[in-house]
Structure formats: C-alpha cells, structure tokens
Write a protein that binds this ligand. Sequence first.
Ligand code: ATP
Length: 300
Amino acid sequence: MPHRVALVVNPTAGKGAGRARGAETLRLLTEAGHEVLDVSGTTYAQARAQAEAAVADGVDTVVVVGGDGLVHLGVNLCAGTDTHLAVVAAGTGNDFARNLGLPVGDPVAAVRLVGLDATRRIDLGRMCTPAGDGAWFGGVLGAGFDAIVNDRASRMRWPRGQMRYNLALLRELPVFRPIPYVIELDGERIETKAMLVAVANTTSFGGGMRVCPDADVTDGLFDVLILREISIPAFLRVFPSVYSGTHVNHPAVEIRRARTVRLEATGIRSQADGEPFGALPLAVEVVPRALSVVVPEVTP
Ligand SMILES: Nc1ncnc2c1ncn2[C@@H]1O[C@H](COP(=O)(O)OP(=O)(O)OP(=O)(O)O)[C@@H](O)[C@H]1O
C-alpha cells in the first residue's frame, strides 16, 4: 500500500554515511510509489519542527534515517498517535533497530517493510522533570556514569563514532566517584550509592551494551539496572561482560521491574536513547503500547 511518508535524514549519522543512505531511501520510497515529504533539516531542531508539522498534517508514517538519536526523534514525533515509525538504521550503534529485529544498514530491506503494512505496538518510556518538561524514549534512560560519558562525548569534536565514546570513557573513569541516589520503584524507596542506574524499555544501549538483557518492549514494565558502588578496577573488570549480558551475575548488579521510577541525585544529568536529557530528579513511567513501529512481521 502506498503511504504518505515524512522522511527525516540525519546526514551526520554513522560517521557521515547517513547522507548517502538518506538519498537512497528517498529514491527507494519514491520508486515504491509512496508520497514522500522530505522534512530533513540542517539541524536536529529544524528537522524536528518540520517533521512535527508533517505529523500534524496527517502523514501515515515517519521514516527516520540515522542512529538511535534519530529514532529518539521519531519516537517523540509518533508517540501516542497512530502514525507509524519506520527506521532505516544508519547510525553507529543502532540499538533500537537491533532490539526490534529491524534491518541494519540496509535501506532496501527497511523501505520494503514500509509497503508491507506490518506494524507492532510497543511500550515507551515517558520522562518528566519537576518543571514539567517531558519527553518520550524508546530504548534506555541512563543517569550515572553512562550519562557523564555521553555528555563528554557529545562535547568532543573528534574522533567520530564509537571511538569518541571510548575516549570519553577513559577520560571520565579516573575521576568518577560512586553517586548517592534516591531511587523509587513503584513507590518503594531505595537509598544507595551506585555507579549508574539504567531504566530500560529495550535491552541495550551504547552500541550493543546489553544492560538489561531480559527487557521486553511489550510487558508494560521497565527493567531497572542498579550497578551498586564498586571499585574502579572492579568496574573495569565487569564492564566488558555487559556486551554478553553476563554482568547480571555480578553481586553489585541488581535488576528490578517497575512501572514507575523516580531518580534523584545531586548534579547528575540523564541521557535517553543516547541523547542528553535534563538533570535529576526525574519521574519516569512506562506507557504501554504507545508507539506503532513498522516491523518485518505482523505481531498482535
Ligand atoms: N541535520 C541533522 N539532523 C538530525 N540530527 C543531526 C543533524 N546534524 C547533527 N545531528 C545530531 O545527530 C545526533 C544523532 O545521531 P544519530 O544517533 O542519528 O547517529 P549516530 O551516528 O548513531 O550518532 P552518535 O554516534 O552521535 O550516536 C543528534 O544528537 C543530533 O543533534
């Protein structure tokens, strides 16, 4: 079925590969008979404003070409509506696409899905500051060491891609101190020092770090990881096991399930889907079935 499509391309995604992937996606969508409105911008803010207007105008589907940052934009455009989100994964990490079994680095396969009309409704996270500033996220919200590294990486101009995060991590690690948190899980209050707290809708972030390997996007619950205070050498030893998800067996790791989470810590910022969000405190809730995603197969 031909769709009315709003296309958002991040030309900087995947170390600059996004531009070519975007041009290919535009050509493929047009050839497939879809009516395409290219709402890409020279900045994230411009793309967002143009895409919001297209969604308000009633497009059927938003197609994002980029990494998890562009998925984050798409999630915020389509959340709570019947507009479908299609992902042409062309970023560095592509955690969202991998978690949902979507094609990665393959615009032909991703565009084919748009015409097949197979969609799946998934849960989203909704985060809110005390001032009432809110946003949605599809993947993982982190507030701790991950957000500090993410913050530093986003201020660095070089190198690009995954190496930037590795370098930021090496710079932050020696000066990092465990953070005193107040965490509320469905109203249960936990006071603890921890290295990071991650509120997960999907399983992974940061390019394959399977922080909450059993997270399920349709269970109406977050998986919440608390990595309690450990020494920096112990942190370095446990860190690689996050890629296989076996870190969950470490005694300092606790994973809990909750519908609502409140996070409080002084001077700590958050990141969601790899994009910086506000400082703590934050209130977070899961909103079941808030997003319709274009997928390879129909699921109820
Ligand atoms: N023209 C643009 N349109 C959209 N986003 C842009 C644009 N220029 C720069 N960006 C930035 O790209 C980031 C998102 O990148 P994305 O996740 O799509 O790709 P990536 O290669 O995986 O990036 P990263 O390695 O930074 O995670 C956002 O933080 C956004 O501010």
